[in-house]
Write a protein that binds this ligand. Sequence first.
Ligand code: EPU
Length: 292
Amino acid sequence: MNLIRGFENVARQSEPLAMHTWFQLGGPAQYYAEPEDIDQLTTLVRRCHEEGVEMRLLGQGSNILVRDEGVPGMVIHLSSPAFCEIRVEGRSLTVGGGALLGRAVTTAVHRGLAGLETLIGIPGTVGGALHGNAGTHSGNIGQWTLEATVIAANGEVHQRSSDELVFGYRQSSLDDLVILEASCRLEEDNPHELAQRMQKHWIVKKASQPMGHQSAGCVFKNPRGASAGELIDDAGLKGMRIGGAVVSDRHANFIIAEPECTAQDVLRLIELVRGQVRDRMGIELELELEIW
Ligand code: EPU
């Protein structure tokens, strides 16, 4: 069966993924689709399920590294406006999984709804943020999320209510294939003061993290009670390089991809950093970055 028959205008084969990720590295997806609505999306998901084809959901590509050889199966990207809506009703903010987290944050602040402003500057989509419970030292998206609509790998749509949602540090029970939509219950506040608080968070982030470089956020999770960035820094690894991959001078938990960098360079640098921190500090760093 031709997997993308009838979907030629929204799906293709051998799509280069580098341009869809922040690292701008890595090979192609065997199949790639940007469905226009839920019907197209569920049809594609069911087809892949029936054919035993692996599926992956791509958000903004701000927390993944695609291997140079590319990825088998189908990569689905929710770029259509149908998946990016944001609605406010009272204290409730309902956001499509494909919407940018930054848009959700600024919409909430404009409407005088507090909670998400600490997340300003975190790249990616709302779906991606919920999948990994994106956050900062001041809060995370999960703590405000009350319910979500998801699509399972067999194409069934489910509603996940608050008693089914469990969020931990960079962890979420929302592990279904697609996060279609989620609702957050926020707190009323003064929009002007909220905007000022948001700006403060933005300034702190900009001062401590490399922005405007080819990178994908923090590479490792913080081990309990410690900062991965500080450990890597203390191990003297800032500026360490393999090929075109370099440990950031500004924040040691970021890897920057310079021109000519390959995904393999980044993978080798990750192993080098991990090995050095293990040998010197006796701590095993766990990846936050997803490797495809
Ligand atoms: N530090 C160093 N050297 C470095 C980096 C950090 O000594 O190169 C020290 C800092 O001086 C500070 C401590 O380590 O004393 C913590 O640093 P920071 O405040 O930058 O926070 P972090 O723990 O490294 C976490 C999140 C970030 C989030 C910030 C701000 C993780 C893995 N990282 O970083 O999230 O933006 O807090 O709240 O949890 C991400 O998840 O991708 C991410 C960037």
